[in-house]
Ligand binder design. Structure first.
Ligand code: ASP
Length: 457
C-alpha cells in the first residue's frame, strides 16, 4: 500500500444522491472539491420524489416477472429510460444501451434475483466512472462471498488492496460481490453501506464519508419531533443501540469493518454539502472529543411489543423458575428483549412478531413448566431507548427522563438500564409513545438546563 493511500477518503453515495443527472452533478462537485476523495462507492439510482420507484425495486420486479415467464418490458423500459436520461443529460461517452440489452437477455435466460438487483449499482457505477473519469472496478472481482452468501473478509481485503493500489482513483459499485463460482451475490437491502465500509478498511482510509439525503443522524425521529437536532458526534456503540431501536441511518453491518480499523464514519448530506453531518467514532475518541451538548445523544423506539406477565407466590424462593420459563421460549425459538422482575412476579417483553399465532401454546407451556398463579399476555407495548454516553458522568438523567414523563401523565410500564449506563429503556403503552419521545426530547434538547448545570457524577 503506497503512503498516500493513507490520506484517502472513501465516499459512498446513496440512491437519492444519484437519482438523476442533477444529483450526479452535485456528487461530482463534492468529489472534486477534495482530492482525498479518491474511492467512490455508488448505490443504484433511488427515488427522485416520494412516490417514485427505486431502480433496485424495478429490477426485482423484472426478475420476478421473468422467472414466471411473464412480460417484463414495462419495468425494464422505466429502468432503460432512467439510465439513458442520465447519460444523455451529462453528455457521457458511455452509452448504456448494450449493457441494458445484455441485462434483458440475462433476465430472459433466468437470471437470479441477486444478479438482477446488482445491475442497478453496476450500471450506475459505469455511468459515474465515465462522468468522473475514474477507472471502474467491478465489485464482482473484489468482494467475495462463500457458497452460503457469507462475506469472506480476508479474501475481500486482499483483492481490494491488490486492485486499489494500482489506481489513483476508482468507482466500485456497492451492494454486491461474487460467490465461489463467479455467481453474483448481494448483501441485504441498503448493503452499499457495507461495500463502502469494506473499501475504507482496505485502503485504510482516513475517513469513510457516507453521503445521503439527510444532514446526519437526528436526535429523534423527525416524523415525531419536528426539526429534530442533528447529532454531531456519536459512538459506534450508541449508534448500534439507536439502530436496534429503529433509527435507520446506516446498514447495521456497515459499522464492523471500519470499527475494527478505527476509521470514523461521517454521515453527510449531498443536498447540503457544507453541513458537517454526524461523525461516528470509537468510544474512547468520543470522550475526549466534542460532546453532544446534551447529556443524551439520541432517542429511538418502536411499537409492536407485548409482555408475558407471570405471578406466583414465593417465586423468589423457587430455584430455577426463570430458567424453566426461558427454556420454553428457547425451545420455541422465541427471542425476548427484556425481563423485569419482582419478588413474586416476572415479565418478559418481546416483539409481537416473535409470538404471533403461537400465543396459546407459549402460555400453556409456561403454565405447565412452572405452575404460576397468573400467566397472561399484555399487548400494545412500545419500547423507547434514551441513549447517551454522557449519562455515565452525569447524575440526574433518569430523574429528568421520568419527570418529563410524569408531567405528561405518561405511565411507565418498565425500566431497564444496563450496566454500561449507555442507555435507559422504557416500556410504555403504544398510545403514549409519540408524546413520550417529544417530552424527553424537549427536556434535554430544548431545556435551558445544560450539561454544566446538571450535576457531574
Ligand atoms: N440499491 C440497493 C437497495 O436499494 C442497495 C443500496 O442502495 O445500498 O437496497
Amino acid at each position: 500500500m503506497s503512503e498516500n493511500q493513507l490520506n484517502s477518503k472513501v465516499v459512498k453515495f446513496g440512491g437519492s444522491s444519484l437519482a438523476d443527472a442533477g444529483q450526479f452533478e452535485k456528487v461530482k462537485a463534492i468529489i472534486t472539491a477534495d482530492p482525498a476523495r479518491r474511492y467512490v462507492v455508488p448505490s443504484a439510482p433511488g427515488k427522485r420524489y416520494s412516490d417514485d420507484i427505486k431502480i433496485t425495486d424495478l429490477l426485482y420486479t423484472c426478475q420476478k416477472l421473468a422467472e414466471t415467464g411473464k412480460d417484463f418490458s414495462e419495468p425494464l423500459s422505466k429502468i432503460r429510460s432512467r439510465y439513458l436520461e442520465i447519460a444523455k443529460a451529462l453528455g457521457l461517452s458511455f452509452d448504456p444501451t448494450d449493457e441494458l440489452d445484455r441485462i434483458a437477455y440475462r433476465l430472459k435466460e433466468g437470471a437470479t434475483k441477486d444478479f438482477a438487483a446488482s445491475r442497478g449499482e453496476y450500471l450506475n457505477g459505469m455511468l459515474l466512472a465515465d462522468y468522473l473519469g475514474f477507472p471502474f472496478i467491478d465489485a464482482a472481482d473484489v468482494i467475495c462471498f462463500n457458497e452460503n452468501g457469507v462475506l469472506q473478509m480476508t479474501e475481500t481485503m486482499m483483492l481490494l488492496r491488490e486492485k486499489l493500489t494500482e489506481v489513483e482513483n476508482a468507482v466500485i459499485p456497492g451492494f454486491y460481490g461474487s460467490g465461489p463460482n463467479g455467481e453474483i451475490i448481494t448483501f441485504s437491502r441498503g448493503g452499499s453501506d457495507i461495500t463502502g465500509s469494506l473499501v475504507a478498511r482496505a485502503v485504510r482510509a482516513e475517513i469513510y464519508e457516507n453521503w445521503t439525503d439527510v444532514s446526519g443522524v437526528l436526535v429523534a425521529d423527525p416524523r415525531i419531533v419536528k426539526d429534530a437536532a442533528v447529532i454531531n458526534t456519536i459512538t459506534y456503540e450508541e449508534l448500534r443501540e439507536l439502530s436496534y431501536m429503529g433509527a435507520t441511518v446506516l446498514h447495521e453491518d456497515a459499522i464492523f469493518p471500519v470499527r475494527a480499523a478505527g476509521i470514523p464514519i461521517n454521515i453527510r448530506n449531498t443536498n447540503d454539502p457544507s453541513a458537517p453531518g454526524t461523525l461516528i467514532v470509537a468510544g474512547d475518541s468520543a470522550d475526549s472529543d466534542a460532546q453532544t451538548g446534551y447529556t443524551i445523544t439520541g432517542i429511538a423506539g418502536k411499537k409492536g411489543f407485548c409482555a408475558i406477565n407471570i405471578q406466583k407466590a414465593m417465586m423468589n424462593a423457587e430455584l430455577g423458575f426463570c430458567r424453566k420459563v426461558l427454556t420454553v421460549l428457547e425451545e420455541m425459538s422465541i427471542n425476548f428483549e427484556h425481563m423485569p422482575s419482582g419478588i413474586d412476579t416476572m415479565s418478559i417483553i418481546l416483539a409481537e412478531d416473535e409470538i404471533k399465532g403461537r400465543e396459546k401454546t407459549v402460555l400453556s407451556r409456561i403454565r405447565k413448566a412452572v405452575e404460576p398463579d397468573v400467566c397472561e399476555l399484555e399487548h400494545g407495548i412500545s419500547l423507547l431507548a434514551v441513549v447517551g454516553r454522557g449519562m455515565r458522568r452525569t447524575r440526574g438523567t433518569a430523574a429528568r427522563i421520568f419527570a418529563a414523563l410524569a408531567h405528561a401523565r405518561i405511565n411507565v410500564k418498565m425500566i431497564d438500564q444496563g450496566s454500561s449506563e449507555l442507555n435507559i429503556i422504557i416500556g410504555l403503552l403504544d398510545g403514549d409513545f409519540e408524546e413520550a419521545v417529544r417530552r424527553i426530547y424537549a427536556m434535554f434538547v430544548n431545556s435551558t438546563l445544560t450539561d454544566d448545570d446538571a450535576e457531574e457524577a
